[in-house]
Design a protein around this ligand. Structure first.
Ligand SMILES: [Zn+2]
Length: 315
């Protein structure tokens, strides 16, 4: 109908432009090279390490929440939803913000297979002090009543544990082999090597931590519960999943860190400003650790060093 009004030149232009435009619009976003065998999307940067270890050259990976961004407040941009819709596999990790992506994703793509990388991981329960989770990345399972969450929710920080990492790797390897059977044998070999690398790192950290007297550490955001469990440590945290403690709770915490001989609080880079006042009240300095960095072994190795340098001996 619009053709009727257009001068011939524009009609010809439109005839030649439209197919090109259609190809452009229907093409996957440029984040995925066209040569890739398998396009993989992940939620957070540490997952990239596992994808590259296990997928090798047979995959390309795009990360939804870029390094340095806070996943607690992150919202998907339209371009990211398009990237996600062009993926073959999306590995979720059990962070609640994925609940924002998934309905939109599944409505917009029949191509992507959603795989829960954390399936089968034994979760640690954390306890909410309030009935309403106001932290979107850590909100609990809704039980059907509006605004109501269970008080015990699963700690989402599973990737900070070598024990859980073995399961993440196995889940990813199985998904690659199922989606890309041609490369299944190579994938299996790389998965074996990845598991060996996890075992070596686990052993290295265990020996390193056992060589020191530290039994506890102080953090602002309680991301390190699985790490603490794996290595028999106690995590003391200022924040309780979105809730900041009142003066009485801080006083109780101060007593514990004083008795443990802790002088430093380990803080995520993006929490530095928020954590400063708590550090002052607690009388401790701050050291930075980023649990969302892309170099997974370095995250754990660096944190072990921080525990040795700044941890304490809690009674
Ligand atoms: Zn967190």
């Amino acid at each position: 109908m619009a053709d009727f009004r257009l001068p011939p030149f524009f009609r010809r232009l439109r005839r030649s432009l439209l197919p090109a435009l259609a190809v452009f619009l229907l093409s996957p976003p440029a984040v995925f090279p066209v040569t890739a065998a398998l396009r993989v999307a992940v939620s957070i940067p540490p997952q990239e390490w596992f994808v590259r270890q296990i997928g090798g050259d047979d995959v390309t990976v795009v990360t939804m929440v870029p390094a340095g961004t806070d996943p607690h407040t992150w919202e998907p941009r339209p371009s990211q939803l398009r990237a996600l819709a062009a993926a073959d596999i999306y590995f979720t990790i059990g962070i609640a913000f994925e609940d924002i992506w998934l309905p939109r994703l599944l409505a917009g793509s029949d191509r992507v297979t959603v795989v829960a990388a954390d399936a089968g991981v034994e979760k640690i329960s954390i306890h909410h002090r309030a009935m309403h989770g106001n932290d979107p990345s850590h909100a609990g399972r809704h039980d059907g009543e509006a605004g109501h969450v269970h008080q015990a929710v699963a700690d989402p920080h599973v990737w900070l544990s070598p024990r859980a990492a073995r399961r993440l790797a196995a889940n990813m390897a199985a998904a690659f082999a199922a989606r890309d059977p041609e490369h299944a044998a190579a994938c299996r070999r790389r998965h074996d090597a990845c598991r060996a690398a996890i075992d070596r790192l686990d052993e290295e950290i265990r020996r390193f931590l056992e060589a020191g007297p530290e039994t506890c550490f102080l953090v602002y955001h309680p991301a390190w519960g699985y790490f603490a469990r794996d290595y028999g440590l106690e995590q003391l945290a200022v924040e309780h999943h979105g809730t900041r403690p009142g003066p009485r709770a801080l006083a109780g915490l101060r007593e514990r860190i004083d008795r443990g001989g802790i002088r430093t609080m380990i803080v995520q880079p993006r929490d530095r400003a928020t954590a400063a006042s708590a550090a002052e009240i607690l009388g401790v300095g701050m050291a930075a650790a980023d649990p969302l960095a892309a170099d997974w072994p370095a995250i754990l190795r660096d944190f072990a060093r921080l525990v040795r340098d700044h941890g304490g001996r809690c009674p």
